[in-house]
Design a protein around this ligand. Structure first.
Ligand code: ATR
Length: 269
């Protein structure tokens, strides 16, 4: 029988996940489909019960349900526990298990670049996205991770929780040349004409500078890094890899991420 998967969120119309997963199902000859479902917060429990009744094989969760889905699940994987947020649910025939593939998605996209585990990494931001990435970098054995954030207290808390170091924005700006991988995780850059979250004046030529934002493809932060002759990486890779990890959990198949990054980049370009 045809299997079905879903993504639930509010809003959901612009999600690229249905395109991506349907593409991979077709490519691998899997008889399944992936449906976007618009679920408002007050409908979440009913929506989950309906999906269970209708035999959903797995689903993704996006804003604003990543935390509120948790009480309905049978158990959480460690990736979801450290984030207190779920973006992927698997079903093993008895239990619905919550995972969070966002941080590992970013780290896989980073590891596809010519980087080593000994490089000094700077994360800008200390919110949910930064948290996922900080823990995923540690799981992947990156040795030297530092967090900086507008509100220093939050950088310090995340650093302590994830076994990383913390710097104020000012100190991070002064020592920016020490870092060969810089990851921008704040929402700065989503809106036009925002100031950069950190000055890139002291950036070393040839550093890898990443932004988790993928729409726009090139944020002012990445443009500034490119002007400093750095390699830039936008958030398309993170988006594709977080989906690829979910797809792998559901089907046991590793999909072609490189081709998908090209397709999505073209769609957003
Ligand atoms: P998310 O889950 O997307 O990471 P979040 O938990 O609200 O969202 O975190 C947002 C991050 O962006 C925080 O690091 C925030 O800094 P503060 O902790 O100081 O609030 C950062 N951020 C948001 N707007 C910013 C701005 N204009 N300049 C610098 N940092 C900003």
């Amino acid at each position: 029988m045809k299997k079905w998967y879903a993504v639930i969120g509010d809003p959901i119309a612009h999600s690229l996940s249905p395109f991506m997963h349907d593409y991979w199902f077709e490519e691998h000859g899997i008889d399944a489909t992936y449906i976007p479902v618009h679920v408002q917060p007050f409908e979440l429990e009913n929506a989950f019960n309906a999906m269970k009744t209708l035999g959903v094989s797995g689903f993704n969760i996006t804003l604003p349900h990543k935390q509120s889905i948790i009480p309905f699940l049978s158990k959480l994987d460690e990736t979801a526990v450290v984030m207190n947020a779920v973006n992927t649910v698997t079903f093993n025939g008895r239990q619905y298990i919550g995972w969070n593939t966002d941080g590992d998605g970013f780290v896989r996209s980073l590891s596809a670049q010519p980087v080593t585990l000994n490089e000094k990494v700077l994360i800008i931001g200390a919110g949910g996205a930064a948290r996922g990435i900080a823990f995923a970098l540690k799981r992947a054995n990156y040795k030297d991770v530092t967090i900086t954030n507008r509100t220093y207290r939050r950088a310090k808390e995340l650093a302590e929780a994830s076994g990383s170091s913390a710097l104020t924005i000012k100190d991070a700006e002064l020592s920016l040349a020490d870092f060969s991988i810089i990851i921008q995780t704040t929402s700065v850059g989503l809106a036009k004409d925002e100031a950069l979250p950190i000055s890139l004046e002291n950036l070393s030529i040839g550093s890898l500078v990443a932004d988790i934002i993928y729409n726009p493809l090139e944020t002012p932060f990445l443009k500034a890094a490119q002007e400093k002759n750095c390699t830039i990486m936008n958030g398309v890779g993170m988006f594709v890899y977080q989906g690829a990890i979910a797809f792998e959990k559901w089907t046991g198949i590793k999909p072609d991420t490189e081709k998908m990054i090209e397709i999505i980049t073209e769609k957003l370009g």
